[in-house]
Design a protein. Structure first.
Length: 459
C-alpha cells in the first residue's frame, strides 16, 4: 500500500539587515556630560539674565519712586511767596526720611540746598512735569512748583547713584554665584549619570568581546537600567544558544563522518568483490555499486542541505511524500537482502513543521538501521497523533540490546547500541522541534519520529 501525494511547501527566505556606517565617534560619557552641563548652563542663563535686568529696573524704579515722594512732599511744604531765596527749601516741612534736596529756578540754576550749581534734570521740569535722570554721581528727581499755572521754582531731590549700583552689583554677584553653583551641581550630576549610563554599556562591550572570543558562559552584571539589563539578558541568551549550536555542530560533524563512512565502505567492498566474479555476477555487483553510490550521493546532498539551512523550523513536511521518497530509494536494497519494504499512511495527514532534508535523513537512518540490524519486513508508517505526525519504522528483528534513550547514545559498548547514526538522527529531530524515541524495544522493534503539526494559517 502506498501513500498519496501532497504539494510540497518551500521555506521562507531569510532576511539579513544591512550594515550601518561605522565610526569611532565621541565617548558616551562625554556626550552625556556635555549635554547635561550645556542644558543646565542654558537654563541658568535664560533665567538669570532676565532676572538681573528686572532687579536692576526694580532697584532704580524704587529709588526714583522714593525720590519723587520726597520731592512732592518738599514742593507741597514750600511757602507761598512769589519769589524764593536762599534757604527756602530748608524752610519746607522735611519728609520722614532725610533726603538730599535743593531748590532750582525753572532755568535749572540752584537757589538753595545741596546739589550741583546747574541741573538739566531741574531745567527739564520747567515744562511742568516730573523728571528723573542720572547726573554725574547722582540719581535726581525734579518736581515743578507752580503758582497760577506758571512754574516758579523746581525742587530737585537726589541720592548717590553708587548706592543703587552697589545693590545691583551685589544682586548680580549673587545671581552669578547661584548660577555657578547650579552649573557645578549639574556637572556632578552629569558625571554620575554619565557613569551610570556608560558603565553598563562598557560592560556589555566587554561581554560581547568575551563572546566573540568563544566564551559562551558569559553572565552580564545587573546595572539597574532596564534597557541595559534587557540587552545583557539577550546577550547571555544568545551566548547560550550559540554554545548549544556549536556543540550540536561538533556532534553533527562527528556523526556525519560515520554516516558517510559506512555506505562508502560498503561501496568499496562491493567493488572489490566484483573483481572475483564472472561477467554476470560482475554486472550485478556493478548495478549494486551504482545504487549504493546514488544512495551515498543523496545522503551527501541531504547533509549539505542541512548544514546550510537557517530556516529555524519554518518549512513544512508532507510525511507521505517523505515515506514514498525513502521507499523508492531503498526498495532495491531491501530486495537484494531478500526482504520486503512496505509503506502505510493514514488518510488526510496534516503537514508537519520541520525541515524536509532533516526528516528524510532521520527516516533514512532508521531504515539503514533496520536493513543492517533487523530482519524480515521493514514497515514505514505515518500516523496522525493530533498535535503532530508520527513517522514510524519497524521490522521483525530482535531489536536493539539497549533500552530507551541508551540506544541513541554515541559512546559506550558498540554491542549495546545500533551505531552513531541513531545519535545523529535524534540530534536532527530535536533541532527541528521533534522527538525520536524507541517506542518498542523488541522483538519487532519500532522507532517513532514525532514531529509537531504545522500551523494551518501559516503561509
Amino acid at each position: 500500500m502506498t501513500c498519496g501525494k501532497r504539494a510540497a511547501v518551500g521555506t521562507a527566505g531569510s532576511y539579513a539587515p544591512p550594515e550601518g556606517p561605522r565610526g569611532d565617534g565621541s565617548p558616551l560619557r562625554r556626550r552625556v556630560l556635555v549635554s547635561i552641563v550645556a542644558v543646565a548652563a542654558c537654563a541658568v542663563t535664560v533665567l538669570t539674565v532676565p532676572l538681573a535686568w528686572s532687579m536692576d529696573r526694580l532697584y532704580r524704579g524704587g529709588a526714583v519712586a522714593r525720590l519723587q515722594r520726597d520731592a512732592v512732599w518738599l514742593a507741597a511744604g514750600l511757602p507761598r511767596d512769589a519769589a524764593y531765596g536762599p534757604g527756602a527749601a530748608h524752610a519746607a516741612h522735611r519728609p520722614p526720611e532725610a533726603a538730599r534736596e535743593a531748590l532750582y529756578t525753572p532755568e535749572g540754576h540752584r537757589l538753595s540746598g545741596s546739589g550741583p550749581p546747574s541741573s538739566r534734570v531741574a531745567e527739564a521740569a520747567g515744562d511742568g512735569s516730573l523728571h528723573q535722570g542720572v547726573e554725574g554721581s547722582h540719581l535726581a528727581v525734579s518736581v515743578p512748583v507752580a503758582r497760577h499755572g506758571v512754574v516758579t521754582a523746581v525742587v530737585r531731590v537726589w541720592t548717590p547713584w553708587d548706592s543703587i549700583t552697589d545693590r545691583r552689583s551685589g544682586t548680580w554677584l549673587l545671581l552669578a554665584a547661584t548660577g555657578a553653583a547650579i552649573v557645578g551641581l549639574s556637572v556632578l550630576l552629569a558625571v554620575h549619570l554619565a557613569r551610570r549610563v556608560a558603565v553598563p554599556l562598557e560592560r556589555l562591550t566587554e561581554t560581547a568581546r568575551a563572546l566573540g572570543a568563544g566564551d559562551f558562559t558569559i553572565q552580564p552584571v545587573r546595572s539597574g537600567i532596564r534597557e541595559a539589563d534587557a540587552a545583557g539578558r539577550a546577550l547571555a541568551s544568545t551566548a547560550r544558544r550559540l554554545g548549544e549550536v556549536l556543540e550540536r555542530e561538533r556532534s553533527f560533524s562527528t556523526a556525519v563522518s560515520h554516516q558517510l563512512r559506512t555506505p562508502l565502505t560498503a561501496l568499496v567492498l562491493g567493488l572489490e568483490a566484483a573483481r572475483t566474479l564472472d561477467d554476470r555476477g560482475r554486472r550485478r555487483a556493478l548495478d549494486t555499486a551504482l545504487r549504493r553510490a546514488d544512495h551515498l550521493g543523496g545522503t551527501i546532498d541531504d547533509l549539505l542541505r542541512l548544514a546550510r539551512e537557517t530556516h529555524g523550523g519554518g518549512e513544512r513536511v508532507d510525511a507521505a511524500e517523505v515515506l514514498e521518497r525513502i521507499a523508492r530509494r531503498n526498495r532495491d536494497a531491501a530486495a537484494d537482502a531478500g526482504r520486503r519494504l512496505t509503506v502505510r499512511c493514514e488518510p488526510e495527514l496534516p503537514l508537519a513543521r520541520a525541515s524536509v532534508a532533516a526528516t528524510v535523513q532521520v527516516v533514512q537512518t532508521l531504515v539503514d538501521n533496520a536493513l543492517t540490524h533487523g530482519r524480515g519486513e521493514i514497515r514505514l508508517t505515518a500516523i496522525d497523533v493530533g498535535a503532530g505526525v508520527a513517522i514510524e519504522v519497524g521490522d521483525d528483528g530482535p531489536g536493539p540490546a539497549a533500552d530507551g534513550d541508551q540506544v541513541f547514545e554515541s559512546t559506550g559498548d558498540p554491542g549495546r547500541r545500533h551505531g552513531i547514526g541513531l545519535a545523529l538522527a535524534r540530534s536532527l529531530a530535536e533541532a527541528e522541534g521533534g522527538r525520536l524515541l524507541l517506542r518498542r524495544a523488541g522483538p519487532r522493534p519500532v522507532f517513532s519520529l514525532m514531529l509537531p503539526a504545522a500551523d494551518p494559517e501559516a503561509p
